[in-house]
Design a protein around this ligand. Structure first.
Ligand code: SAH
Length: 396
């Protein structure tokens, strides 16, 4: 056994020279307002510098210390040595005929994620990814089929907002007008990447950063109950639950995490979250993807109405968006209308989400990026799909 040697004392910043140590720079992009304050204190600077930095980065879209004219030259030089402001790299952006814009973004390690801006009337909703791929493997979601690589850092999450805001700034618009809402509904399960998602959402809502109201920042979850139970201790945002079925047997098939945290537990946790929030008018959003012959029959709608009878909520019906190799079909227009009518007749607000950005593969559940899969799920999926195709094609 090797003997444990005491660690040498850490060098102070004055002692750090390029010859002695290569400094791992702190990326200030993803520091929450509190973390930014702590950072400046940790390098012996006044905490009000945090406010200045937040404004430069998130409101002015500045990523070089040199441009920060209200900081002294020595401070800028010190920051240059110790820190950096780094957003992930945009590989391409795509504009749909309906105005939806998608950014393909490369993150450290080479995988790509996607962010989507959906303009609608006076609103612009930015759909942000939280992970590279997703570990939950919902049967109808393209992201899950790509397998899972890793959590995004908070810099990579807020970096998507930064990239979109900067893009519109460069076109002469102020980001405040273009990005009015952010939804954590891109690739990944936000609650599986709790700390980084919380830090990024705090930045979305901070007045010195993006200044969005809590009603305009939405976290969508498939139901990671233990994490949902602690969310209210950290952040107050709007909550969407990806339900997709009102009974456990069917939901186990569609959303496998239901086997661990069944519907009753999920609904209890979701209601507890909104109940703890001070705003009495708060409602849950229930997302329900309508898949032909799977969960779209009148009896499914009736069960859903029964389950949600006492839940303050609005229901968002999402017609299934197909993707390559998927087993499912979109529900017919009639089935969707009937499903919606049953809910409305039962007294619910139920809207059908318009499919946006389909021509650029930017619709719900179509975001695939280019995941360097560590789970081998994407290969298994392709193998299975190929063998099914072979059976279909084989002559009798
Ligand atoms: N992991 C989060 C975010 C997922 S994406 C969650 O589960 O909530 C946002 C929504 O799109 C979810 O409700 C998800 O279930 C839904 N979705 C996924 N694939 C879809 C598809 N192919 N068609 C329509 N909606 C889909």
């Amino acid at each position: 056994m090797s003997e444990l040697k005491p660690k040498p004392p850490l060098a102070t910043t004055e002692e750090l020279t390029e010859e002695t140590v290569e400094v791992v720079k702190t990326n200030l992009m993803g520091l929450s307002p509190v973390q930014m304050k702590e950072y400046f204190e940790s390098i012996g600077e006044k905490s009000f510098r945090a406010t200045q930095l937040l404004k430069w980065i998130h409101q002015q879209g500045v990523s070089s210390f040199e441009e920060m004219t209200n900081l002294s030259k020595p401070l800028r030089e010190k920051l240059e040595k110790l820190a950096e402001i780094k957003a992930p790299e945009v590989v391409s952006d795509h504009l749909s005929i309906d105005g939806t814009r998608k950014w393909v973004i490369r993150v450290e390690g080479g995988s790509c994620i996607e962010a989507v801006l959906i303009p609608e009337g006076g609103r612009g909703t930015l759909c942000v990814s939280s992970q590279v791929g997703c570990s939950l493997d919902c049967s109808f979601c393209s992201t899950g089929k790509q397998g899972f690589n890793r959590d995004l850092t908070s810099s990579e999450i807020i970096g998507q907002v930064w990239i979109a805001a900067k893009f519109y700034d460069s076109m002469g618009a102020t980001q405040r007008r273009v990005i009015t809402n952010v939804v954590m509904m891109g690739m990944g399960e936000p609650l599986m990447n709790f700390d980084n998602v919380v830090a990024a959402m705090q930045l979305m809502m901070d007045d010195n950063a993006y200044g969005l109201s809590k009603r305009r920042v939405t976290l969508s979850t498939a139901g990671v109950v233990p994490k949902l139970d602690k969310l209210a201790d950290h952040v107050d945002v709007s909550l969407a639950i990806s339900l997709h079925a009102a009974e456990d047997e069917l939901r186990n098939e569609l959303v496998p995490i239901n086997r661990k945290y069944p519907i009753a537990k999920l609904m209890e946790s979701a209601q507890a979250y909104i109940a703890r929030m001070p705003d009495l008018r708060r409602k849950l959003t229930i997302e329900y993807t309508l898949i032909d012959q799977v969960n779209d029959r009148p009896e499914h709608a009736e069960k859903l109405a029964k389950l949600l009878a006492d839940v303050p909520c609005k229901i968002n019906l999402i017609p299934f968006n197909p993707f390559p190799l998927s087993d499912y079909q979109r529900s017919s227009g009639n089935a969707i209308k009937k499903f919606q009518d049953i809910l409305i007749q039962s007294g619910f607000t139920a809207t059908v989400r318009t499919t946006r950005g389909e021509d650029i593969d930017a619709a719900c559940g179509q975001l695939a990026g280019a995941v360097n899969d560590l789970t081998r799920r994407s290969q298994r999926y392709r193998d299975r799909a190929e063998s099914v195709l072979k059976v279909v094609e084989a002559p009798n």
